[in-house]
Design a protein around this ligand. Sequence first.
Ligand SMILES: Nc1ncnc2c1ncn2[C@@H]1O[C@H](COP(=O)(O)OP(=O)(O)OP(=O)(O)O)[C@@H](O)[C@H]1O
Length: 209
Amino acid sequence: MTPYTLRVRDVHKAYGRRRVLRGVSLDVPRGAVVGLLGENGSGKTTLVRIVCGDLRPDSGTVERSGRIGYCPQEPVLNDELTVGQHLRFFQVAYGLERLARADELLDHLECREYRHERVGTLSGGTRQKLNLTIALMHDPPVLVLDEPYQGFDWETYLRFWELTKGLRDRGRSVLMISHLTYDSARFDALGRLRDGVIRFGRGGTEEGT
Ligand SMILES: Nc1ncnc2c1ncn2[C@@H]1O[C@H](COP(=O)(O)OP(=O)(O)OP(=O)(O)O)[C@@H](O)[C@H]1O
């Protein structure tokens, strides 16, 4: 069995003449949390979309074992539906028998009380908690989180990292886009996307954007 649950090799992607990715390679081992930094427009979202299978690379390969959980930067939620209705929708989409993991996540993020609220009435931080819950509720082996703590207050931010530690301990592989300099020590490895390629340092050794 491969020690990697996500492996990206020599990925290239251009939009017309703009060559955004010029040979990106990346491994996310089991039980590792890998951070990805990069300036605005460096190609992070392009790479994430390719990893998730939402966009085809011009060349190169992406291998991943099993399902993926994707937490996009902009929550894709329906304002007219309640939190609970979103969870039921994704329960069916993911083919889950029960919502036990979703309930656990809502409890951990302290937002179970919003279960019957329409999403259109929620604060930005609470919408983001739901966004994250949806990405994690089917407990996939590979997670791609695009600035997952946007809008979180400090307590929730710390809870988020407790949650991430739990994912690491259970052997999940996490690729996380981050913009925060003080985050860097929390990653097992940290890559910076610049000029179309990723250069790696160990977590805690790389400067922020
Ligand atoms: N669909 C598209 N068509 C043409 N150009 C695109 C498209 N998507 C992205 N780009 C361009 O590709 C480059 C990389 O964009 P991308 O969104 O991947 O960067 P990013 O690192 O995620 O940026 P940010 O930090 O601002 O979110 C940018 O110059 C952007 O304008």
